[in-house]
Design a protein around this ligand. Structure first.
Ligand code: PMP
Length: 404
């Protein structure tokens, strides 16, 4: 029944896609790396809510922290200060690179990006943005305007003006695109929805050098790469880069609550000294979500999940490369860093068939929102080798089934 209501009242097209992939199911409960549907079938979660579930489902430390806050005060009245919110801001200032130390809280990655764009314009008094081809930053007007995919942009046009698109991974193109009106460059350290694209070594450092030299802000969108996913705490840590603005969401809520943060250098928030309500939202950084985030950060650091992502990612990549050798006619490339891994198929239809075959074998995956040729594997960072073996074995069977 729930599936039919969803199809009728929420999203018929997506419901159709779920039917195609054999996932026209209703979820029942979840724990760790597993999800169960209402028919009692168990799935291994290799999508992790698009890279959100770094700690797996219902991590006990996060659940406990949220329960305790629920019994105390889940929502802030906002005319007083909330302790978990303030503590989380302090913690984020400690764990983000360089002098990023002021925080705007929202509820989603998109909201974090919206805030980043707005503050960049307010601070620089310039309107222009440079974004990267295939980049993904969200679908509200500001975020969509820097998500250069015609498929999503054109039906909703006109967008926010002033956006220039440059190829991802090309620092020279950024340098050439910067003009007197440029407020900021926005990019992902590794493109997620664009199909797990890793830029050439030195790219982030070079863009940082150029933006600094030209007095343009660098916004690094770590919504998907942040908090250990790529094998370092932040994606920028691979090149020791300190952005002016960093966005975080997804894993920040520990897989239990939605929350996002836009962390900036102090001068970017100077405007708040005389305009304290220039940008605000009712639920952003609410105590319940903040409690989840504080627990998520502690678990991530205590268990050194970035290192674990690196180790498990190498193991996964090694197994996938064997499959690549076996199926060169289907798999164009296997690429990834940490547990942010993509399989590029020679054709989007093959990818869709493989996602469907994997679902029947109890493995959850999906393709990139900006690139249907790439099936992404983003399991929880707590994944064990046996889970990886299980997923890779199912992938081998799925490829064999697709071949027939
Ligand atoms: N930025 C990046 C890099 C993302 O991957 C996403 C979501 N896939 C977003 C922004 C948007 O986040 P949300 O879906 O939470 O609004």
């Amino acid at each position: 029944e729930a599936f039919n209501w969803y199809e009728k009242h929420v999203n018929p097209g997506l419901a159709g896609l779920l039917r195609f992939t054999g996932l026209d199911k209703v979820e029942s409960h979840a724990e760790g790396v597993y999800v169960w549907d209402t028919e009692g079938k168990r799935y291994l979660d290799f999508l992790g809510l698009y890279g959100t579930l770094s700690l797996g489902h219902r991590h006990p430390r996060v659940v406990e922290a949220v329960k305790a806050q629920l019994d105390r005060m889940p929502m802030s009245v906002r005319v007083m200060v909330s302790e978990p919110t303030a503590r989380l801001a302090h913690r984020l200032a400690e764990i983000t690179p360089g002098d990023l130390s002021m925080v705007f809280f929202g509820n989603s990655g998109t909201e974090a990006v919206e805030a980043a764009l707005k503050f960049a314009r307010i601070h620089t008094k310039r309107p222009g943005f440079i974004t990267t081809k295939n980049g993904y930053h969200g679908k509200t007007y500001g975020a969509l305007s820097v998500t250069p995919k015609e498929h999503y942009q054109l039906p909703a046009a006109p967008l926010v003006p002033g956006v220039t698109v440059v190829p991802f991974g090309d620092a020279k193109a950024v340098e050439e695109a910067i003009g007197p009106d440029t407020a900021a460059v926005i990019l992902e350290p590794i493109q997620g929805e664009g199909g797990i694209r890793i830029p050439p070594e030195g790219y982030l450092r070079e863009v940082r050098r150029i933006t600094r030299e030209k007095g343009v802000l660098l916004i690094v969108d770590e919504v998907q790469t942040g908090l250990g996913r790529t094998g370092k705490l932040w994606g920028v840590d691979w090149e020791g880069v300190e952005p002016d603005i960093l966005t975080s969401a997804k894993a920040l809520g520990g897989g239990v609550m939605p929350i996002s943060a836009t962390v900036v250098r102090p001068e970017i928030f100077e405007v708040y000294k005389h305009e304290p309500l220039i940008h605000s939202t009712t639920f952003g950084g609410n105590p319940l979500a903040a409690a989840a985030a504080l627990a998520a950060i502690e678990v991530t650091l205590e268990q050194d999940l970035p290192a674990r992502a690196q180790e498990m990612g190498q193991y996964l990549m090694g197994s996938l490369k064997q499959l690549w050798d076996a199926y060169p006619e289907f798999i164009e490339e296997v690429r990834g860093r940490g547990l942010m891994v993509g399989l590029e198929f020679t054709d989007a239809d093959i990818g869709a068939l493989v996602v469907a075959e994997l679902a029947t074998r109890g493995i959850l995956t999906a393709f990139g929102l900006n690139n249907p040729k790439v099936v992404r594997l983003e399991p929880p960072l707590i994944v064990e080798k046996e889970h990886i073996d299980q997923a890779v074995e199912a992938l081998g069977e799925s490829l064999a089934a697709t071949k027939v």
